[in-house]
Every structure is written in C-alpha cells, then in structure tokens.
Write a protein that binds this ligand. Structure first.
Ligand code: NAD
Length: 258
C-alpha cells in the first residue's frame, strides 16, 4: 500500500480548474499533498529545492504537476517562480507551505547560522510565498492557504531543536494574522499541526525502534502516514472548508489532546 495516497478511491473532482502551489512538495507530506490535490483535479506547481524522483508522480497525469526549482528562503527566487506561474495560469487558488527542516541540535549547540536557517525555511519561506499568493487570491475572490505547523507549534518538538519549536509557533502566528486580514476577501488561512508522521524527515531524526516506542503510547498507537495529513490539507483547500479559517488543526493520533 502506498504511504502517499489514500487507500480509497477519490472520485471527487472538487478541485478541477484550481491552480495550486505546494512548497516542499518533493518529499513526505508535501508530496502526498501534491497527489491529493492533483487527484481531485487541481494543477499543482511543486516549489522545492529537491528534484522529484521518477516514480514520485507515476500515478498522476503528467500535465497536472509542474516541478519548479525554488529555495523558499530566497525572496527573488520565490517572486520569479510566482511571476512565471501567474504568467501561464489564470490565477492562483491554493498555497500549501510544507517546506521545512528540523535539525535535532541541542539548544546550547545551535549556531546563529543554524538558528537563522531553520527560521528562514519554516517561517520566512511561508511569509515569502504568502506575500505573493495573497494578492492573486484576493483578485480572484477565492483562496486557500494551508501552512504546516506541528505539535511543536503548540507545545515543544519531540525530536527537532528549540529553533524548530520556535519556528512552528511562528507559523501559527502568521496563519492567524493572515486569516483575520483576508477572510473578508474569500481567502481562508489555516495551519495543520501533524504529530509523528512517517516521512524522510522523521526517519532522519528517529531510528525505527524509537519511532515505534514513541508512538506505542498514543491513543491511536502507531505512526501517522503522509496521505492522512494530505487528506486533511485537501479538505482545508476545498469549498467544503469555507467556514474554517485561522484554525490550527491537530493530526497526531491523540498524542497531544488540547
Ligand atoms: N515529519 C513529521 O513528523 C512532521 C511533524 C510535524 C510537522 N512537520 C512539518 O511538515 C512539513 C513537511 O515535513 P516532512 O516530514 O514531509 O518533511 P520532508 O523532509 O520529507 O520534506 C520536506 C521538503 O521540504 C523541502 N525543503 C527544505 N528546505 C527547502 C527550501 N529552502 N526551499 C524549498 N524546499 C525546501 C525539502 O527538499 C523536502 O522536499 C515540514 O514543514 C515539517 O516541519 C513534519
């Protein structure tokens, strides 16, 4: 069974005609989100430093996904990527900010450079992409922004460092501010707060035994799958979620119940 796509048929075409950008879409939950949006009919631009693998998009129509090499911490690259997308597409409807890094460095060993890098990818990247997406969404009178925070944004990170915890709290602040500002224009802005999900990031931080041990005590006693988070993102990106904005939605198997 694929960890990227839901094991149920998604026959809904509810995102047909929608144009989406997914940052960090070459791996993990971002990649699963690309699948979920494209399966529902959206055209998806994948903004990532990494290159998509040959098999990553095999089950999707080739014309529905466009990989774009972008470092989301670089304002010029982000601006150029949005400008070129908007020159080709009628508008922009959906932005998912999934690009992230989470080094596990203990607090006293975090250098200024590493601190800045973690804030730059997780927070600045989200800001830079939202800054370009919002005007396009406002002019279309409809928009959905979904930002990746984490349980680390509500409490502290399981495996990432203090910079990661700080960054994911920051993502929630930005999400709430934009939700208040742009709701009247038809643009909703929400965050998802995943717990421990089986992705390359998690695999890089926790060995198999630690992951198994950490999740055994959860009310749902297992690690989460990328497609489960992607299904939540796809819902938040749809018309069905029109009355949800400024939310920070938990998806963690009950690890954090607040
Ligand atoms: N894995 C988890 O358990 C977990 C839990 C909570 C939140 N998150 C968050 O969810 C999001 C997705 O995480 P994942 O586990 O799927 O990670 P992942 O490592 O599998 O994927 C992250 C992607 O972000 C891209 N990226 C990193 N820096 C970038 C940059 N500067 N510009 C463009 N792309 C960049 C990477 O190339 C990669 O493709 C992240 O924001 C992460 O912090 C992860």
């Amino acid at each position: 069974m694929s960890i990227l796509t839901a094991p149920v048929s998604v026959d809904s075409r509810e995102l047909e005609g929608r144009v989406a950008v997914v940052t960090g879409g070459a791996s993990g939950m971002g990649l699963a989100t690309v699948h979920a949006l494209a399966r529902r009919g959206a055209t998806v631009a994948v903004f990532d430093l990494a290159v998509l693998g040959d098999g990553d998009l095999a089950s999707l129509p080739a014309d529905r996904v466009r990989p774009v090499a972008v470092d989301v911490t670089d304002g010029d690259q982000v601006d150029r990527a949005f400008a070129s997308l908007l020159a080709e597409q009628p508008g922009l409807d959906i932005l998912v900010n999934a690009a992230g890094v989470a080094p596990p460095t203990p607090f006293e060993f975090i250098t200024e450079n590493e601190w800045s890098r973690v804030l730059a990818v997780n927070v600045n990247g989200t800001f830079l992409c939202c800054r370009r997406a919002v005007p396009a969404m406002r002019s279309g009178g409809w928009g959905r922004i979904v930002n990746f925070s984490s349980t680390a944004g509500k409490t502290i990170s399981t495996a990432g460092g203090a910079h990661y915890t700080t960054a994911k709290h920051g993502v929630l602040g930005l999400t709430r501010h934009l939700a208040k500002a742009y709701g009247p224009d038809g643009v909703t802005v929400n965050a998802v707060c995943p717990g421990l999900i089986d992705t390359p990031m998690t695999r890089g931080l926790l060995p198999e035994e630690s992951l198994e041990k950490a999740t055994r005590s959860f009310p749902v006693p297992r690690v989460g799958q990328p497609w489960e988070v992607a299904e939540l993102v796809a819902f938040l990106a749809s018309d069905r979620a029109a009355y949800i904005t400024g939310a920070a939605v938990d998806i963690n198997g009950g690890d954090l119940i607040v």
